[in-house]
Design a protein around this ligand. Structure first.
Ligand code: SF4
Length: 348
C-alpha cells in the first residue's frame, strides 16, 4: 500500500486548509469486511473535499483485495452522512462512506470517520487568553466540536478542566453520534447550562448556526484549521435572512423543495405548505442548485432539505430561497422577530 498516495493534505480540494492533514482510511477494516462478506463489489463514497483522493484509495484497496472484487467510486455530490449514495449502496456488497460519523448505523455501511490530526490545543490556548471569560469570572463553559475533531474531544475537555473550567457537554439527539458533536443542521449538543460555548473546529458556518440557535450564549470559535479565534457574530447573517424574507413577501408562486437525499427529507413540513397554499408546488430533487430551478420560474422557494442550502448558498439563487419558518414569516403567519435558525432533528 502506498501511504503517500492516500494520506495527504487537502489544501487544493476546496476546503482551503492551512495545515497539512493526514487521514487514516482504515483500509484494513474495509478489507476485513470484504473478506467476511465474500463481497464482489465495494462502493466508496467521499465528501467533496476528499473526492480527488478517491482514485488513490481505490488503487490501494485493489492491491489489498482479491482480483475479482470490483471497487467503484460514487460520483454523487456528498456533504454529510445524511447524503448516502443509496443507488450505489443497493448495488454493492460493501458500501464505505468516508468523512462523516454515522447518522444511522446499518450492517451494510462502513463509516470511516477520517479524524483530523491537527493539533487543537494551541488555538484553544489562544481562545482562552483572548475570548473566554476566566474561570474566576465564569467557570462554566460548554464544549462542542465537529466529527473531524471528535477523536480529541476527551482531551479537550480535560485540557479545559485542568485550567479551572467546569466543562458542560451533552450528546444531542438521534441525528448526532457523539457527545459534544454538532452538525451544520443540529446544535442539540449545545443545550447545556453555560453562558459561554467553545466551538473547536473549522469554518464559521457551524458556530454561526450555534449562535443563532442559542442567542443567549457567547460562542467562541477556536478554528485549528485556519488558525483563528473569533466570536460568532450573527448580525450580518440575520440581515441577509431578513432581506430574503422581505423580497419573498410579494411572491405569488412558490416552489416547495422536498429533498430526496436519504437524510434530508422533511415530507410533512413540505406537504403542509402545499396543502395550505394553492400557489405552492411541491418539487422533488436531490441536489438543489440554482440552475436546476431556473426553468421553473417561481417567484420564491422554500427549502425543506439541508438548511445549509438556504443559509449558506441562499444568495446564489436568483429568487429568494427560504427556510420553512421564513416562509411562514413571509406569508404573515409568524413575526420577523421570531426568526430562528433552521435545524433538523430526525434521521430516517
Ligand atoms: S442536512 Fe445537516 S448533516 Fe446533512 S449536509 Fe446539511 S448540515 Fe450537514
Amino acid at each position: 500500500m502506498s501511504q503517500e498516495r492516500t494520506d495527504g493534505d487537502l489544501r487544493n480540494t476546496g476546503l482551503s486548509l492551512k495545515h497539512d492533514r493526514e487521514w487514516d482510511y482504515e483500509l484494513d477494516r474495509i478489507v476485513d469486511a470484504v473478506n467476511e462478506r465474500d463481497a464482489e463489489t465495494v462502493g466508496l463514497q467521499f465528501p467533496e473535499g476528499l473526492k480527488r483522493r478517491g482514485p488513490a484509495v481505490a488503487d490501494d484497496l485493489r492491491e489489498l483485495l482479491p482480483e475479482n472484487v470490483q471497487v467503484m467510486i460514487s460520483g454523487q455530490p456528498c456533504y454529510g452522512a445524511c447524503d448516502l449514495d443509496t443507488y450505489m449502496m443497493r448495488r454493492t456488497d460493501v458500501f464505505v462512506h468516508f468523512g462523516h460519523s454515522p447518522m444511522k448505523e446499518s450492517e451494510k455501511i462502513i463509516y470511516v470517520p477520517l479524524f483530523s490530526n491537527v493539533d487543537v490545543f494551541p488555538i484553544m490556548e489562544q481562545a482562552r487568553e483572548e475570548e473566554l471569560a476566566a474561570p474566576e469570572a465564569d467557570p462554566d463553559v460548554g464544549l462542542v466540536t465537529t466529527a473531524q475533531h471528535m477523536n480529541k474531544f476527551d482531551e479537550m475537555k480535560t485540557w479545559l478542566e485542568e485550567r479551572g473550567y467546569d466543562v458542560h457537554t451533552r450528546k444531542g439527539d438521534d441525528r448526532l453520534t457523539h457527545e459534544g458533536q454538532v452538525l451544520g443542521c443540529n446544535y442539540a449538543s449545545a443545550d447545556v447550562d453555560a453562558d459561554q460555548m467553545l466551538y473547536v473546529g473549522g469554518g464559521k458556518f457551524h458556530p454561526l448556526g450555534l449562535a443563532m440557535e442559542h442567542p443567549e450564549k457567547n460562542v467562541v470559535i477556536a478554528d485549528p484549521v485556519n488558525n483563528v479565534v473569533t466570536v460568532a457574530d450573527t448580525e450580518k447573517f440575520m440581515k441577509q435572512r431578513y432581506a430574503s424574507v422581505h423580497k419573498a413577501m410579494d411572491a405569488e408562486r412558490w416552489g416547495v423543495i422536498f429533498c430526496t437525499k436519504i437524510g434530508q427529507g422533511r415530507w410533512d413540513e413540505a406537504q403542509e405548505i402545499v396543502e395550505n397554499n394553492d400557489n405552492a408546488y411541491l418539487i422533488t430533487m436531490d441536489e438543489v442548485t440554482p440552475d436546476r430551478l431556473t426553468n421553473f420560474g417561481m417567484d420564491a422557494y422554500v427549502n425543506t432539505g439541508c438548511p445549509r442550502i438556504t443559509t449558506d448558498d441562499g444568495p446564489q439563487f436568483k429568487q429568494p430561497m427560504l427556510t420553512p419558518q421564513e416562509y411562514r414569516i413571509a406569508i404573515g403567519e409568524e413575526d420577523l422577530d421570531q426568526l430562528e435558525f433552521d435545524t433538523f432533528h430526525d434521521t430516517w
